[in-house]
Design a protein around this ligand. Structure first.
Ligand code: ADP
Ligand code: MG
Length: 375
């Protein structure tokens, strides 16, 4: 009897201890899993950001969307929503591409904003895919930003690294979430910059998970295309359209070539870059625009930035010189004085900068080796 009671007590003690041990094990494993899961932190962060963006977008005229209706994966994509007020680029910041911009507005923005105008005909439906292609630095990203600003619609700037950089199986779920979210948010534009890095020609060396994700992405895209009432436009930009998968090109029927600027366009871009800068009267941008054959918009920007640095350098030089002469007056440079002392950008600065850039372009092989002729 005594022995029985003792063993019963012992048994209860054992059960209690076992329960405790398993509870502790369960909790620590759960904690460990959370620590080990590298996406845990980013998921939480994404959720917070998505909530904030959706709240702001609801405030700016778009129909509110309940956050509870989104899955975790959709939330991670929703974190990439762009609010038009956060974008500073407008159409006025893009020079020399007026006709392209006009066409793009009619193709992409108008059908989203004035859906009723396009509803009576199958042929006037907006394209489901738009591709901007052309050499680097000529304004593709700039155009996409201005589109997001003007369309005032939901705009997802899809960073494809979040699709490819996940654990096995996660990428497919995220790829699917891109589309399910876009349909919930519509009208919506999904922008994929450098789309060739993500949807380039599929080949046998592709990782299995990547190949599956691409296939899934395309089949969801097809789902969009067949649904006539759904206003989701995928906009892609690339420097290398020839590397894109043929199946992708087919899904982006509206293509826009953003070309290297010609002389007239370069003149307009230079005018835009220098319009609010102090330039001296001798600056002749016609001459610069003629001498910059083969320069992209971003090269022209760099040319002007460089020229502008020369005058700062000059100022520093003379200032240092003065300082050596009159050490006593060294601490009296208020901001106004500094600006007054800076001379405007001269033609010499621009030409010096141009020569430097042409030389470096020749060495890099992006300009043919010819005599530099600045006249
Ligand atoms: N048409 C243009 N008008 C004004 N600036 C331009 C133009 N094209 C390029 N730029 C300048 O070049 C930079 C890079 O342009 P971006 O749109 O990023 O080129 P990409 O075509 O490679 O996406 C812009 O930030 C802008 O300063
Ligand atoms: Mg770009």
């Amino acid at each position: 009897m005594m022995a029985d009671a003792f063993s019963r007590n012992e048994l209860i003690g054992l059960v209690v201890r076992l329960t405790l041990v398993s509870a502790v094990t369960f909790l620590s494993i759960k904690w460990l899993m959370n620590q080990v899961d590298p996406t845990n932190k980013s998921k939480k962060k994404a959720k917070k950001r998505a909530q904030e963006q959706l709240r702001r977008l609801a405030g700016s005229g778009n129909a509110p969307l309940s956050i509870d209706k989104l899955t975790d994966y959709e939330m991670m994509i929703a974190a990439h929503l762009v609010h038009p007020h956060d974008i500073s680029v407008t159409w006025e910041d893009i020079a020399g591409l007026e006709s392209l911009i006009q066409e793009l507005r009619e193709t992409v923005i108008l059908p989203i904003q004035r859906k009723e105008l396009f509803s009576d005909s199958q042929l006037t439906q907006p394209p489901k895919g738009v591709l901007l292609h052309g050499p680097p630095g000529c304004g593709k990203t700039l155009i996409a930003k201005a589109t997001a600003k003007e369309a005032e619609t939901r705009f997802i700037n899809l960073d494809v690294s979040i699709l490819t950089d996940k654990w096995y199986g996660e990428s497919q779920k995220l790829a699917a979430a891109v589309f399910t979210l876009a349909v919930k948010l519509q009208p919506c534009i999904i922008f994929i910059d450098e789309i060739d890095s993500f949807l380039r020609m599929r080949n046998s060396s592709d990782h299995e998970a990547t190949a599956m994700m691409k296939a899934q992405f395309m089949s969801f895209w097809d789902g969009l295309s067949t649904d006539a009432n759904c206003t989701v436009i995928i906009m892609g930009a690339t420097n290398r359209p020839q590397d894109l998968d043929r199946a992708i090109l087919r899904r982006m029927p509206a293509t826009f070539h953003v070309p290297m600027p010609n002389t007239q366009q370069r003149l307009q871009i230079l005018g835009l870059i220098l319009q609010n800068e102090p330039v001296s009267d001798d600056v002749n941008i016609q001459r610069i625009s003629k001498a910059t054959e083969g320069f992209s918009g971003s090269d022209l920007h760099e040319l002007c930035r460089n020229a502008s640095v020369y005058r700062v350098r000059d100022y520093m030089k003379t200032n240092n010189h003065n300082n050596e002469q009159t050490i006593t007056n060294s601490v009296n440079d208020s901001e106004d004085e500094y600006h007054d002392a800076l001379r405007p950008i001269t033609m010499d600065d621009l030409l010096k900068s141009l020569t430097k850039m042409i030389e470096s372009k020749m060495h890099c092989g992006s300009l043919p080796m010819t005599r530099i002729d600045l006249d």
